[in-house]
Design a binder for this molecule. Structure first.
Ligand code: DMJ
Length: 632
């Protein structure tokens, strides 16, 4: 670390970062577990989490439904998004996961009969997509399918019809010169005349899973197309360092907030690149992910922490951990980059241990809660990563962490009718609000963590399909209808492997096709002669089922962008492997669990090559715009 002697403040802050990084190494080396969770306790904890769910769900249903969210201290309800029973919609697939056929059925039936979206409400495109559209689609896919064990006999696609109606009402938001959608849209009248043109990167880049699934279920490619164009619109405006900023003007394409990071305002942009590839098999997303991830690991990763930097210069602007970053280790597990995930999770968890919750911001320079970011609004991210790391490593320390999460929530956040936000993690003061994602994600990942330790007999870990979690924790299955649809490559701007047809017809699953990829994401072969509709199936054959579940492919040698000199992306092998759980023995020991490694979905051979070579830690003023538009 090079320090600027002339600037004492800067020196002090840099030194503090050094100390914090050193402390983190200590935390890592010492480990965090004390007495391990044994199998019997894991079962008790799983049952306790189930009770937590019902305390909050019943509290919502009895006191707030059909309003959007629960005020768990005063036992009242409030409309926070669109006024359409948000928490119930967000809870549907958790009900199914818990095997609660009765409540799942009655909830689906109530929604099918009563919900409507022709309302004069201006809503967030991002929040409505991840919570409502995603909730409807995942519940539809469960309720309509025998294989899930939760099929509802009387169900007649009501939720899918609602989902399509909702998505069509959001389409006007995408009518911008960049393809990046407005942040908000009126469900009855389209985009308001005075709507802000500034949106967040996460807001514009986290729509692909829900819109893509909808396209594949309805055979209307428009949804998948607009969501993909939004990603392209963002990625085409990346900096020469392959970083994206936090906020952008959807008309001019100018970044209005140039702080690049993996947390606030950007987080799920990265998440959906990888997940869209896994769910849809669309290599364009993987290609962008590899570029984006490689750059993030190079410029943002200060092992084990992540900082925010100016997207153009790479200079550090915020040496802050923010709680939204905590999803990253989970994403790294999905990408097969487990080692840095373990270190980062340990560091992030040390913050939780210190306060009993993670504050929204923790300053790595001062080693204290960031001013104005003291709250813990029941976020799932750290728990989500804990689940993924336990699934990948079976290291019992993650169950110990799970026990700590449960204890904190039970003793600090439980309130009369549900679970309360914590306004200040140092004072543990409760606030009268419960976000719907507490039931969609926080409790879901906790329950899955302990169920994995007990018998894994659930839809996700032992179900008929592999599942991808949306950023709101909704279950999206890799069914043939969704994952093997081939239409995406025939969209405007899509591309096909040159020899895709040959590849499809080959009997040899191990044959490796050459995939032709444009280097710059804004330059794609453009099939102008193709009409948008009518090309749903077959024009551009994609991977066979066997290839999809165990494919490898070769990226062409690509030339570096002339203006960028940086190491190759961190994922060095391009072999995607979806590994089933069947080879992993259940843990019979009474005294605890083994630390057996269990890859889940990995980009095999991947490893971090993050280059820590003496980048000067320079603290600059953060560039800010006048409007924070990201609410999650
Ligand atoms: C959720 O709505 C989603 O996980 C989103 O991606 C981020 N914010 C919340 C949870 O913290």
């Amino acid at each position: 670390m090079i320090l600027m002697e002339s600037n004492k403040l800067r020196w002090g802050l840099c030194y503090a970062i050094f100390i914090s990084l050193t402390l983190s190494s200590l935390v890592r080396d010492l480990g965090v577990s004390a007495e391990g969770v044994n199998p019997r306790e894991a079962k008790q904890l799983r049952d306790e989490v189930r009770e937590m769910f019902y305390h909050a769900f019943d509290g919502y249903m009895n006191n707030a439904f059909p309003l959007d969210e629960l005020r768990p201290l005063s036992c009242q309800g409030e409309d926070t998004l669109g006024g359409y029973a948000l928490t119930l919609i967000d809870s549907l697939d958790t009900l199914a996961l818990l095997g609660d056929r009765e409540r799942f059925t009655s909830s689906v039936q109530w929604i099918g009969k009563n919900l409507q979206f022709n309302i004069n409400k201006t809503v967030s495109v991002f929040e409505t997509t991840i919570r409502v559209l995603g909730g409807l689609l995942s519940a539809h896919l469960i309720a309509s399918d025998y294989a899930t064990g939760m099929r509802i006999p009387s169900y007649d696609n009501e939720l899918l019809v609602l989902a399509e109606d909702l998505a069509r009402r959001m389409l006007p938001a995408f009518d911008t010169p960049t393809g990046i959608p407005y942040g908000s849209v009126n469900l009855m009248y389209g985009v308001d005349e005075h709507e802000s043109k500034i949106t967040s990167t996460a807001g514009g880049g986290t729509l692909t899973l829900e819109f893509g699934v909808l396209s594949r279920l309805t055979n209307d490619p428009v949804f998948e197309q607009v969501a993909k164009n939004a990603v392209r619109g963002l990625w085409a405006r990346r900096s020469t360092l392959d970083l994206v900023g936090a906020h952008i003007n959807v008309f001019t394409g100018e970044w209005t907030q140039k702080d690049a990071g993996i947390g606030t305002s950007i987080d799920s942009f990265y998440e959906y690149l990888l997940k869209a590839y896994i769910l849809f098999g669309d290599e364009e997303y993987l290609y962008i992910f590899q570029e984006a991830y490689g750059s993030a690991m190079h410029h943002l990763h200060k092992d084990p922490w992540y900082v925010e930097v100016n997207m153009d210069s790479g200079a550090i602007v915020w040496p802050v951990f923010n709680s939204l970053q905590a999803f990253w280790p989970g994403l790294q597990v999905l990408a097969g980059d487990v080692d840095p995930a373990i270190r980062t999770h340990t560091a992030f968890f040390s913050v939780w241990k210190r306060y009993g919750f993670t504050p929204e911001g923790f300053n790595l320079a001062t080693l204290s809660v960031q001013y104005g970011q003291k709250s813990y609004p029941l976020r799932p991210e750290l728990i989500e990563s804990t689940y993924w790391l336990y699934k990948a490593t079976r290291d019992p320390r993650y169950l110990d962490a799970g026990r700590d999460f449960v204890a904190s929530l039970q003793y600090g956040a439980k309130c009369p009718c549900g679970y309360c936000h914590i306004t200040d993690v140092e004072l543990h003061k409760q606030e009268d609000h419960m976000e719907s994602f507490f039931l969609a994600e926080t409790v879901k990942y906790l329950w899955l963590l302990f169920d994995l330790a007990v018998d894994s007999d659930n839809l996700v870990d032992n179900g008929p399909y592999k599942y991808i979690f949306s950023t709101e924790g909704h279950l999206l299955p890799l069914t043939p209808q969704i994952s093997l649809a081939r239409e995406h490559c025939s969209y405007f701007g899509g591309y096909c492997p040159r020899n895709a047809t040959k590849f499809e017809q080959s009997n040899d699953d191990h044959q490796v096709p050459e995939i032709e990829l444009g280097h710059h994401s804004n330059i794609y072969p453009y099939h102008e002669s193709f009409p948008v509709t009518g090309l749903i199936k077959g024009l551009c054959p994609r991977l066979s089922h066997a290839q999809k579940y165990g494919l490898s492919y070769v990226l062409p040698e690509k030339t570096e962008r002339e203006d960028v000199k940086r190491p190759k992306p961190v994922i060095t092998s391009r072999s995607i492997v979806l590994v089933s759980d069947q080879t992993v023995e259940k843990r019979p020991q009474e005294e605890g669990f083994t630390s057996e490694s269990e890859p889940i979905m990995s980009i095999s051979g991947g490893g971090s090559s993050s280059d820590q070579t003496g980048q000067e830690l320079t603290l600059l003023e953060s560039e800010t715009d006048d409007k924070r538009v990201y609410s999650s």
